[in-house]
Write a protein of this length. Structure first.
Length: 75
């Protein structure tokens, strides 16, 4: 998954570079854009993991509800 996010981050940075003036691209430099790419990837990863936690919580709630219904049905 991280490789996918890395590619997305690189595309975001490349698009950002396209809207900058050439002087700004030179001033930021490749190291600066590499750091930006790392930050973008970290943000994407954090957001996806937060969403997955919410999905896991929802699945757990459904599983508990099904278990409760099954126990009620058995009795």
């Amino acid at each position: 998954m991280s490789e996918h996010f890395d590619k997305v981050a690189d595309r975001v940075v490349a698009a950002f570079k396209q809207i900058l003036e050439p002087e700004a691209v030179t001033a930021v430099g490749e190291d600066g854009f590499n750091q930006l790419s790392i930050l973008v990837e970290a943000y994407i990863t954090d957001e996806v993991l937060e969403h997955l936690e919410k999905v896991a919580d929802s699945v757990q709630e459904v599983a508990e509800s099904i278990r409760k219904d099954a126990e009620h049905f058995r009795n």
